[in-house]
Design a protein around this ligand. Structure first.
Ligand SMILES: Cc1ncc(COP(=O)(O)O)c(C=O)c1O
Length: 402
């Protein structure tokens, strides 16, 4: 089991003591990832599809990046496409599904989604589709799968939800939602962005028909992935140019190709996960061990933070107040007495990176009764954060929160 210090030593950006506690916005990368991007650009920076050695290497890099992503997602039997961001990939998915809709078709959309899994569906209203809002609990921001029973009809074509929201930081009942959606004949589109850095994805068994996450939140470069059940992906047009071959199916979705150097860097995340697992190779067993380790490393700093916040008068935590099987280390809160801006400024003066606002979960802020631009203060931890950093944060906030 690596110590937190050994883990941190792999991340050059953290070497000078930068206490980065805004990881749900995007994680730091191991040095091996940054080195691979540079090496790729110096040695292999050509287009794919050629027959010369550099181009063969480029093609191989992108193909291996897709294969690694499929393994990381537990996506056996499905199709993985890479892209610049989850927002872009879900927009393409929404547009492709939109081409199959008829006026009056319904789309059930969780209000607790990041806008990346809302905008693509609201946009389809111009084609005559109807968005049906799935409201979260107004106190916790969490969804109840049972609430779908009153929302699904024989016109429902899509149910769009987060596997975990980037605000309350709790795993949602994706399987329960999917069972209900499928019984009504609807497709399930899950946003795994806030889940993937903390828990092992098993998308093929999750109940989702489509599942997206962002590699740059999982210690990699700015890349994202969309997985889909093969029949579901094959049945859609995808945004890529009309004259390109329709097979492999992933190519239909990778409009204009993917960022090759990011693929090279992303492949090194496999090595980091193998390191966490204490293995040579990143296979399914190593992923189990790596995510167990991630969870172990995250638990103590998260418990410290929750205990500190629970004991502060006038502070409300949005989401679960204590550790549990589904609790992720994304901790959002508001104080009745202190403005979010004052809290993040105090943290910044102490050299700690946290933020406040709506974090693009704009509609969730409204359902929680919060002014979206004020939003919440969010502290989001990754496995390389330490209890010492959280203690520093608590010391910085204590004079304000009392
Ligand atoms: C829960 C969640 N979903 C989707 C996104 C959008 O991801 P991307 O930046 O890759 O478009 C984010 C980004 O913060 C997020 O936190």
């Amino acid at each position: 089991m690596p110590s937190p210090e050994e883990v941190r030593a792999r991340f050059p950006s953290l070497a000078a003591g930068f206490a980065f506690l805004d990881n749900a916005g995007g994680a730091q990368v191991p040095g091996t990832v940054a080195d691979a991007v540079r090496r790729y650009m110096e040695e292999t920076y050509v287009q794919v599809g050629g027959r010369y050695p550099q181009s063969l290497r480029a093609t191989d890099t992108v193909e291996r990046a897709r294969e690694f992503t499929a393994m990381l997602m537990g996506g056996q039997g499905g199709v993985v496409a890479l892209g610049p961001s989850t927002s872009v990939l879900l927009r393409h998915l929404g547009d492709a599904i939109g081409l199959t809709l008829r006026p009056g078709d319904e789309l059930v959309v969780a209000e607790s989604n990041h806008e990346a899994n809302i905008g693509p569906w609201v946009r389809l209203e111009r084609l005559g589709a109807k968005v049906v809002w799935w409201q979260p609990d107004p106190d916790t921001g969490l969804l109840r799968a049972e609430d779908l029973d009153g929302l699904l009809t024989d016109r429902t074509r899509v149910v769009a939800l987060p596997h975990a929201s980037n605000i309350p930081g709790e795993e949602e009942d994706l399987a329960g939602a999917a069972a209900r959606a499928h019984a009504a004949g609807a497709l399930v589109v899950a946003d795994g962005v806030a889940y993937a850095p903390h828990r092992r994805m098993r998308v093929a068994d999750s109940g989702a028909d489509f599942y997206a996450f962002s590699c740059y939140k999982v210690f990699g470069p700015h890349l994202a992935a969309l997985w889909g059940r093969r029949e579901a992906m094959e049945g859609l047009a995808g945004p890529n140019h009309f004259f390109l071959p329709k097979e492999p199916v992933s190519h239909r979705w990778e409009l204009g190709g993917v960022d090759h150097e990011a693929c090279a860097g992303w492949l090194e995340v496999a090595g980091h996960l193998a390191f966490l697992a204490g293995r040579e190779v990143c296979d399914a067993a190593a992923l189990d061990a790596a995510y167990k380790e991630i969870r172990r490393l995250e638990a103590e700093p998260m418990a410290l933070l929750l205990d500190f916040l629970k004991a502060r008068p006038g502070v409300s935590i949005v989401g679960p107040r204590s550790l549990g099987p589904g609790r992720l280390p994304t901790v959002s809160f508001v104080s009745r007495r202190v403005a979010n801006r004052d809290l993040v400024d105090a943290a910044a003066r102490a050299g700690l990176g946290i933020k406040h606002g709506h974090f693009y979960a704009y509609r969730l802020m409204e359902s929680l009764g919060l002014e979206p631009n004020e939003g919440v203060t969010r502290v989001s931890l990754a496995h390389y954060n330490t209890a010492a950093e959280v203690s520093r944060l608590c010391e910085a906030l204590d004079p304000l929160l009392g």
